[in-house]
Design a binder for this molecule. Structure first.
Ligand code: SF4
Ligand code: SF4
Length: 152
């Protein structure tokens, strides 16, 4: 499988800048492979379809996160990376449209050596204010850095 250098060089602020809205968004959907449907349906006694729109919140999202735990589908484990129709690993279009990026924020102030950033344009998926130990461009890793363990 090929990896798109262009997409892997991009930055998305998972957890640092967002509230995991990929699990509770009106526009997201989850995909399950056949083997996952068979395994998860039996183990969790659920009626699972290959593609499940969330319509506001994933029906598998519980108070403590995904009710499948480490059994969550590969689609979610890999997200926001996905495979395009040319079998290249890319950043999903949904995440590029809906997830927070470092460039969505501007530096408001510095307090006791910490960096206070505010969101330029309000968005339900993005934190309004973040306090960081370093500049935002140094804090949010691209996908190569994530896999190398940097910033994680
Ligand atoms: S993929 Fe997007 S919504 Fe999901 S955790 Fe990452 S930044 Fe947040
Ligand atoms: S299956 Fe689990 S990880 Fe995937 S969107 Fe639903 S709650 Fe989130």
């Amino acid at each position: 499988m090929e990896i798109s250098e262009k997409w892997m060089s991009k930055k998305i602020g998972c957890s640092t800048l967002c509230n995991y809205r990929c699990c509770n968004s009106p526009s997201f959907h989850v995909e399950f492979q056949d083997d996952e449907i068979e395994y998860l349906s039996k183990k969790y006694n659920r009626d699972i379809k290959p593609i499940e729109p969330q319509n506001g919140s994933c029906k598998y999202l519980g108070e403590n996160g995904c009710s499948f735990g480490d059994d969550k589908p590969r689609f979610c484990k890999k997200f926001p990376l996905t495979e395009n129709k040319n079998q290249k690993v890319v950043l999903s279009n949904w995440s590029w449209l809906h997830c927070p990026k470092d460039t969505d924020y501007e530096l408001m102030d510095m307090v006791n050596g910490k960096y206070l950033y505010v969101l330029k344009t309000p968005h339900p998926n993005k934190k309004d204010l973040v306090i960081l130990d370093d500049k935002i461009e140094n804090t949010i890793p691209n996908f190569y850095e994530r896999f190398n363990g940097a910033h994680v």
